[in-house]
Design a protein around this ligand. Structure first.
Ligand SMILES: Cc1ncc(COP(=O)(O)O)c(C=O)c1O
Length: 497
C-alpha cells in the first residue's frame, strides 16, 4: 500500500468563530449570599454590554488549541537550522523539572530562609558559568541576550565614569550581531562600525589600531561577537584586547555563540572584560521569540562592583540575595532575579552533560556545520567567506539570483514546501542574498542528509523550472504572506470582517 501523498489544508477558525453556546465549566451551587455587582462597582466602571466571549465545551477548546499548536513548526517536529538563533533540541527532563510543583509554587517574595533551594540553584548556575567562562563574577538577572549586552555596556560606561573619564565611543565590527550597535546606542554611546569585508570577515588588530589613532581615549570599549555572525572565529581577539587595554578600553564579548566554544575554551583567555551568554542558545532553554530567555553576564574582578543588584551570595552555609556596592552597581534590570525557570533548565542541562558532555556539544555543533557546509558547496551553493566554519555558516545566493532571478526568499519559501524550517535569510547584512545556516549538535547525519537532499532538489528545480520555486510555498497552511503589509499595518485584535 502506498503512502498517502496528499494533504488537506483546513484553516483553523478562531475560537469565537466555533463558539456554539456550549459551556466548558460547571460551578457548584452558591452557598453564600449573592452580591449584586452593581452595588459594589461604580456605574461608570460597569460594562455597558455583554462580553462576546467564545462559548465552547472543554474538549472543543482542547482540540482547538491542540490543532493550533500543530500548525506551528517547532524543534520537536524537525531540524530548525535558524542561524544565529541556535534552535537546539530542548531535553524534556529540563521541562519536567522546571515545572516541578516545588518550583512553580514558590512566591518570588518568599523570605530567603524558606527559599534556600531556589537560591542554591541560582548560586550553583552562576558558579558553573564562572567556571565555563573563566570569568570572576556572574549575574543572571538579564532576561535576554540583548538585555545582557545592555547590562555589559552600562557596566563599561559606569567603570569609566567611576574613574571620572568621559568616553563616548564603542567600536563594533560589522560582523557583530545586530543587537550590538543597537545596545551601545541605547546605552548612550556612539557605535563606530569597523568594516571587515577586506579582512575576510574578521576583525584585524591593524583596523583597531587605526581607530585608536583616530579616537584615542574617547574609546570606552569594543563589542565583538565571537564567533561572529559569519560563523567565523575572531582569531585576533587576544591581540586586539591587549592593544585596547593599553588605553584602558574594555572588551565586551557577545558570547551568544558559545555553542561553538563551550567546554573547549574559556573566553577569559581572550582578554575580555565582560561577556554575556544566551542560556537559550547554549544551554537548551527555550528561545521563545525574544523572551523569556536569559542573558547571563560574566565579568572580570575589576568590574564586579558594577554588576546589577541584588547579587547571590553564599554566606556560611546559607544563600542570600544581597545589595552590594550600591554607588557603583548599574542597579536593577528586571524584577526579582531574572527568569528563574530558565535557570533550572540550564542547570539541569549542564549537570546532565558535565564537562565532557559540554565539550562534545561544541565539537558536534562545529562538525555538523562543517559537514553541511561542505556538502552544500559540493552541490553548487556558495559560501560567503572562505574561512573555517565554526557552529554556523553563511551562504550567498547572489549568483543564483543573478543567473536565474530566484532570490534567497524564494528558496527559503520552497524549503517550507518540503516540510522543513528555512534558515535565517538576509542576515548578516554584510552578505548579499544571505542564507545563514546553523544545524546545531542535536541533528544526526541522517537528518542532515535529508536536509541536504532538499537543497539539491531545489537547485534542480531552479535550473529546470524556476516557476515552482518562485510560487512557493504551496504545501503550507498559508501561502506567501504580504510581510511588509503585516509589519506596517499590524492588527493584533480580532475584528469581525
Ligand atoms: C550573537 C547574538 N547576540 C545577541 C543576540 C540577542 O539575544 P536575544 O534575542 O536573547 O536578545 C542573539 C540572538 O539570538 C545572537 O545570536
Amino acid at each position: 500500500m502506498g503512502l498517502l501523498s496528499f494533504k488537506i489544508f483546513i484553516m483553523e477558525k478562531l475560537s469565537i468563530e466555533i463558539s456554539n453556546g456550549a459551556v466548558g465549566f460547571s460551578l457548584p451551587e452558591l452557598d453564600l449570599p449573592e452580591i449584586k455587582i452593581e452595588e459594589k462597582i461604580p456605574t461608570h466602571l460597569l460594562r455597558k454590554s455583554e462580553l462576546n466571549l467564545p462559548q465552547i465545551s472543554e474538549n472543543e477548546a482542547f482540540r482547538h488549541f491542540l490543532r493550533l499548536s500543530q500548525l506551528n513548526y517547532n524543534i520537536d517536529k524537525g531540524i530548525y537550522p535558524l542561524g544565529s538563533c541556535t534552535m537546539k533540541y530542548n531535553p524534556k527532563i529540563n521541562e519536567e523539572l522546571a515545572r516541578h510543583y516545588r518550583f512553580i509554587n514558590v512566591h518570588p517574595h518568599t523570605p530567603s530562609e524558606f527559599s534556600q533551594g531556589c537560591l542554591a540553584i541560582i548560586y550553583e548556575l552562576s558558579e558553573l558559568l564562572k567556571e565555563i567562562s573563566g570569568m570572576d563574577a556572574v549575574s543572571l538577572q538579564a532576561v535576554a541576550g540583548a538585555q545582557g549586552e545592555l547590562a555589559g555596556v552600562l557596566i563599561i560606561s559606569k567603570y569609566h565614569k567611576s574613574k571620572k573619564e568621559k568616553r563616548d565611543i564603542i567600536l563594533v565590527p560589522d560582523s557583530a550581531h545586530g543587537t550590538n550597535p543597537a545596545t551601545a546606542t541605547l546605552a548612550g554611546l556612539n557605535a563606530i562600525e569597523i568594516k571587515t569585508i577586506e579582512t575576510n570577515g574578521i576583525l584585524r588588530a591593524e583596523s583597531v589600531k587605526k581607530e585608536i589613532e583616530k579616537y584615542g581615549e574617547r574609546i570606552a570599549g569594543l563589542m565583538i561577537t565571537n564567533p561572529n555572525t559569519l560563523g567565523i572565529f575572531e582569531e585576533e581577539i587576544y591581540e586586539i584586547s591587549q592593544i585596547l587595554h593599553q588605553i584602558d578600553a574594555q572588551i565586551y564579548m557577545d558570547g551568544a555563540n558559545m555553542n561553538a566554544l563551550v567546554g573547549n575554551i574559556k573566553p577569559s583567555k581572550f582578554g575580555i572584560d565582560v561577556m554575556h551568554f544566551n542560556l537559550h542558545k547554549t544551554f537548551s532553554t527555550p528561545h521563545g521569540g525574544g523572551g523569556p530567555g536569559s542573558g547571563a553576564i560574566a565579568v572580570k574582578k575589576h568590574l564586579e562592583k558594577f554588576l546589577p543588584n541584588p547579587r547571590i551570595k553564599k554566606i556560611g552555609e546559607k544563600y542570600e540575595l544581597v545589595y552590594e556596592d550600591e554607588e557603583y552597581s548599574i542597579g536593577r534590570l528586571h524584577s526579582f532575579y531574572g527568569n528563574f525557570g530558565m535557570f533550572i533548565r540550564a542547570l539541569v542541562y549542564i549537570r546532565m552533560l558535565s564537562s565532557e558532555g559540554l565539550k562534545m556539544i561544541s565539537y558536534l555543533a562545529v562538525l555538523n556545520a562543517n559537514y553541511l557546509r561542505k556538502r552544500l558547496e559540493e552541490i553548487g551553493y556558495k559560501v560567503s567567506y572562505e574561512m573555517p566554519t565554526m557552529h554556523e555558516f553563511v551562504l550567498t545566493l547572489k549568483d543564483i539570483k543573478e543567473k536565474y532571478n530566484v532570490k534567497a526568499l524564494d528558496i527559503a519559501k520552497r524549503i517550507l514546501d518540503y516540510g522543513y524550517h528555512a534558515p535565517t535569510i538576509y542576515f548578516p547584512l554584510i552578505v548579499e542574498e544571505a542564507f545563514m545556516i546553523e544545524p546545531t549538535e542535536s541533528e544526526s547525519k541522517i537528518s542532515l542528509d535529508n536536509y541536504i537532499e532538499v537543497y539539491r532538489k531545489i537547485l534542480n528545480e531552479i535550473k529546470e523550472n524556476p516557476g515552482i520555486v518562485l510560487s512557493a510555498p504551496v504545501n503550507t497552511h498559508v501561502s506567501r504572506l504580504d510581510e511588509v503589509k503585516a509589519a506596517k499595518e499590524l492588527i493584533v485584535k480580532w475584528q469581525d470582517i
